[in-house]
Every structure is written in C-alpha cells, then in structure tokens.
Design a protein around this ligand. Sequence first.
Ligand code: NAD
Ligand code: DAU
Length: 351
Amino acid sequence: MVQDSVILITGGAGFIGSHVVRRFIKSDKYKIINLDNLTYAGNLENLRDVENEPNYEFIKGDICDFKFLQKIFSENEFVGVIHLAAESHVDRSISNPMEFIQTNVVGTVNLLNAAKEAWEGKNDRRFYHVSTDEVYGSLGDEGFFTEETPYDPKSPYSASKASSDHFVRAYGNTYDLPFVISNCSNNYGPNHFPEKLIPLMIHNIKNRKPLPVYGKGENIRDWLYVEDHAGAIELIFEKGKIGETYNIGGFNEWKNIDLIHLLCDIMDKKLGNRQGTSSRLITFVKDRAGHDLRYAIDATKLNEELGWEPSLQFKEGLEKTVDWYFNNEKWLDDVTSGDYLKYYDEHYKNR
Ligand code: NAD
Ligand code: DAU
C-alpha cells in the first residue's frame, strides 16, 4: 500500500542510508523519496532489491543546490526529513577538507533552509539529523560519550559534522524548526565502502594484499551493526522527543589490532586457510594525522527512554558481514575498480 506520508531521506544510496531506506520502505507506513547525488560512495546497487516498490522514489540531486531543494519541497509535502547525505571518510577529510565543509555544512544548512521555508506554520514535521560520535572528540582509557559531553571535534570530518549539528540546534532555537539528532558510533555491515577499516580488510584478505594498520593499531572504536543503527533511526524518527539528542552505540569496544586478528581468524576458517595465514598480511603503516585514540558511546538514554538495544553480538555481525562480501563479489569488484584504485594507491603509497 502506498502511504500518504512522504519522507525525504538524503544520502539513501550510501552505506547507512541504503539500510535506512530499505527499512522504511518495508515498514510500509510512508512513501520514501531518496535524494542522493551519487558520489563515489553512493551506489544504486545497494537498493536494487527494493527499487520497484510502489512507496519508493529515487531523485538524483545535490543538497548543495538550494533551488533544486526548493523545487522538491514545493512538489512534495514532506512530513519529515532524515538527513544522512555527507562526506563520511576521515582520511579524505584530511586531504580535502573543503569538500566536507561544502557538503556537510553548506549542504545541511541548505536543507534546513528548504525545510524552514516549506514548513512555516506547521509543527507536525521533523528534521532528523544523523550524526556521529566523533563530534565529542577523543577519550582516554576511561569513560564514555554521553549526550552531555561537550563537543571537541578533532578532524576536518568531525568538525564539519559538529558544525552541522550546531546549525540544526540553532534552527530549532531560532526558528522553532522541529528537530532530533542522533550521534552514533562506528557502523559495519553489508554495503560498506571498502575505504573504511572493516570492508577494506575483508577486501585485502580476500585478495592477499597487505592489511594496513595505522600506528600501532591501539586505537579503539565502538562497533555497531548497520541494521541496528537503522532500527534506532526508525525508533528515534517516530518516538524521539523534538529538540533532543540520542547517542547510539553497542557497548562494543575493540582495539583495531584485536579486531583485525578476529577478522583474519573468521576469514581463514571460511577460506579454508591454515589459522594465522591472513594475519601474516598485517602491515603497520604511518599513523593517521591527529588520530583519535578512543570512542565509546553510552547509549543508556536511548535504551531507557525508547527501549532500544542492539540485536547482534559482534562476532555474529562480523560473520554475517564477511558472508555478505563473499556472496556479493560483483558489488565489491565494481566498487574497487576505476577511481578506487587511484585513491587506494595514492593514499597508501607513502605510508
Ligand atoms: P556514505 O559515505 O556511505 O554515504 C553518503 C551518501 O551521501 C552517498 O550515497 C553519497 O552519494 C551521498 N551524498 C554525498 N554528498 C551529497 C550531496 N552533496 N548531495 C546528495 N547526496 C550526497 O556515508 P555513511 O557511512 O552511510 O554515513 C551516512 C551518515 O551517517 C553521514 O552523515 C555520516 O556522517 C553518519 N555516520 C556514519 C557512521 C559510520 O560509521 N559510517 C557513524 C555515525 C554517523
Ligand atoms: O565513529 C563514527 C565514525 O566512524 C563515522 O562518523 C565515520 O563516518 C566513519 O568513517 C567512522 O570513522 P573512523 O575513522 O573511526 O573509521 P575508519 O573505518 O576510517 O577507521 C577505523 C579505525 O581503523 C581508525 O582508528 C583508523 C583505523 N584504520 C583505518 C583504515 C582505513 C587503519 O588502521 N587502517 C586503515 O587502512
């Protein structure tokens, strides 16, 4: 059944966005318009299984183009916006910060302006900004990021996301734009572009290429299966309180080097290798500039107020992820040809 309530999801052809779009299409409560300009990270293959559903429409377009946004807001009566479109890779933000300011800051403010203009006098709407735990900076050995942790972004990527969070709150305060924000930890799972740690390691193990570990591999990240993030987004979109922020995370901290060893073991078993074969590919390389030491999310508020909890244990999630990459070789081959090779060679050549 095609529903009357229309939601605009931006960045829906990307990693997390595609899982969010699929979840909302399947819930069959809304019509979903997916707005994405298909950068290197956007891929319509991610949504091939649902692209013909009657409550789905894809529009190719750029959130940096305000006139275009005005047009689609005038043509559709959106009850909500779920904003995921962004430049998302920290390493790319170090070599090209302007692109991150343009998409993540200017693009977000454009979207806020389009929503503000179209929603004048209407209070039953919501602008949901999907953000990251990196806005809080870096932790030492102890403690967690809560919703009260002061912002202290340390990379051009996290500075751009912190800035966009601030603009969303400023529009709520100044113009009464109804908003919610969530800040999530590191996601992993199917459709993850292989510039990020886990899919890059899967791709390199499969192809017997070196596994580049930044520094000593002692940095810690808090990993969450992407479908659990998508579930949290649905819950917050429908039940989160206007003006509130929710942290999302799986209480699942891993040192990079330990995670890579675990992945090597899982893949050795699946590939029929002798145990230890893949971990011999580990290569310590030059550290990321300004590399945040540790992220760890306290997701108590989301659990206590909205009843959310992650559904998957990490090992189970990693197994599912590896299986997905094994079963989707063409997807991986397609995204790792062409421009990817240029990026990969340039990024890793001097490390
Ligand atoms: P991604 O890079 O996989 O996807 C981003 C998508 O946005 C792509 O489809 C791309 O084509 C689209 N896009 C980029 N610029 C655009 C523009 N100007 N106009 C329209 N579309 C544009 O990113 P992801 O990992 O899926 O992250 C999605 C969101 O979630 C981002 O806002 C990111 O900051 C946030 N986030 C990501 C993680 C994570 O671990 N990946 C964790 C927390 C929060
Ligand atoms: O915490 C949420 C954030 O997680 C999101 O907001 C970002 O969009 C997302 O990209 C991710 O950022 P990270 O920088 O943590 O993810 P990445 O996969 O790039 O790196 C994870 C860790 O692995 C980090 O400590 C750097 C390290 N690393 C990464 C790569 C690509 C390596 O050691 N070697 C590598 O080749």
